[in-house]
Design a protein around this ligand. Structure first.
Ligand code: AMP
Ligand code: ZN
Length: 141
């Protein structure tokens, strides 16, 4: 069993105790859609075990997330037809981190749209699920 925290939302998701639009899962990581997407297709890759940030995350987890990011990037490209892809990873409040469980953001970006990392607008759950389904399919192609 991974080391996890009861009051951490990403640990709850990793354990299957909180809902998520999941796209991919392996021994060490889980990939899902952000519920406050900066743009449609905003993806988070999280560790299954709890690590606060890059300062404590294991090299194995960091490597697996990096490896998975290239596959997810290609699936996002195919599904969203975005012009670019921003990859962000925030550590500690001073850097803007809001969920203190290690994760990487992948955010499709479009020419001449200046999109930040955080949105205040929750996504429509049906749209999230439709996007997750397309990404799961693209990953398997
Ligand atoms: P950060 O500021 O880098 O810690 O990013 C945390 C991200 O997690 C934000 O973009 C939130 O919108 C997102 N988030 C928070 N709770 C959930 C959740 N239950 N499911 C999916 N994404 C979440
Ligand atoms: Zn956690």
């Amino acid at each position: 069993m991974h080391h996890q925290l009861d009051d951490c939302i990403f640990c709850q998701i990793a354990q299957g105790n909180a809902p998520a639009s999941k796209i991919h899962e392996d021994e060490l990581t889980l990939t899902m859609l952000d519920i406050f997407p900066a743009t449609p297709g905003h993806v988070l890759i999280i560790s299954k075990a709890h690590f606060d940030d890059i300062f404590t995350a294991s090299p194995q987890v960091l490597a697996q997330i990096a490896i998975n990011s290239s596959k997810i990037a290609k699936a996002l490209q195919a599904v969203t037809q975005a012009d670019g892809l921003g990859i962000y990873q925030l550590n500690k409040a001073a850097a803007g981190q809001t969920v203190f469980h290690y994760h990487m953001h992948l955010i499709p970006q479009f020419t001449n749209q200046n999109i930040g990392i955080h949105s205040k607008q929750a996504a429509d759950p049906q749209q999230l699920e439709a996007m997750a389904q397309q990404l799961r399919q693209a990953l398997n192609e």
